[in-house]
Design a binder for this molecule. Sequence first.
Ligand code: AGP
Length: 371
Amino acid sequence: DAAEKSGYDHYMLKEIHEQPRALRQTISGRIDADDGTVDVDVDLPSEYVDSIEEIQIVACGTSNYAGRYAAELLESVVDVRTTVEVASEYEFDGGRDPWRTLVVAVTQSGETADTLSAIRRAKRAGARTLAVTNTLGSTIVRETDDSVFIRAGPEIGVAATKTFASQVATLTLLAVRIGRARGSLSYARARELLESVRRLPNAVQGVLDREDRIREVAREYADSDAFFFVGRRFGHPVALEGALKLKEISYDHAEGFPAGELKHGPLALVTDETPVLALLTDGSRPDETLNNVKEVQARGAPVIGATTADGDGEVAADPTHLDVDLPVPAAGVLEPLVANVYWQLFAYHVADEKGRPIDRPRNLAKSVTVE
Ligand code: AGP
């Protein structure tokens, strides 16, 4: 068992640290950054790609948040209306022509019953279906028209970590693939996005190298009453994912919000005993989020912020006096994905401090095969 964990105390920690390698595998051989093109080996004929009117993403839990990240990208890159649904809530609403609706199932295991059932519904309605999965030979692969593999390698910990990063990276490649094929994505923007993807492994390593700092921070705040994660745009799904990870393995109360929503209700819960973890990187509208940070600071809440690093990889000038400022290496719109690694480490070390059974949290299963 110890050998399988390569010296780490838990699979989750091992898998968090495997992310640079997993991302390299995800990307390997799929990008031509000079050309601004992507080859993800997917069967999407150009007549079909041109005809797509809507993309619907169906997924659960962490995979759903990866889908939300991708939906933001797809809307801007592919210029097609993109919706994301929790698979258990999915009703096919593909409009007049289901064939013009591409339904994408995002699932690490490929066995999640809710996601399978959503895909079956879409197929019955006549939509084209695509799986984005980590698992060759899984049920979702057999049941969809085609599959793209995220190639993250096996994930044992119940808490999904490296597969989230590889899902978002794969979906970014897919967005570039579809955007280029439709002509909606310029060469310059495609290159820029692919450059962000290419930077991911090293950027994530930059965060992992600061684990000692985040462990200290986790220990300092572990006994708080509750934890709130906020972010805008690409920072929003990461806020949701950060909160899910923490509640799943530490059993603490944690919630994620779009930063602008705080003042519409959740602010009532904010006290000096509720740390706020804020995404303040590129891709998460940091200037607007800073206003929300000031609102919670005024209520005494400690703020742990992830901000875009300066050219030396260090904390850039901080106008808000964050209680903790965590530098995130540059990766454009994928910076929130890189910052997420801080939230993973935070969740892990809070849970570890409390002696939780991190790889097998109570009441949860790695793959949920009941509806
Ligand atoms: C993530 O930490 C969870 N364990 C859970 O939300 C998971 O992402 C969800 O059950 C979906 O699983 P899948 O990706 O295998 O479909």
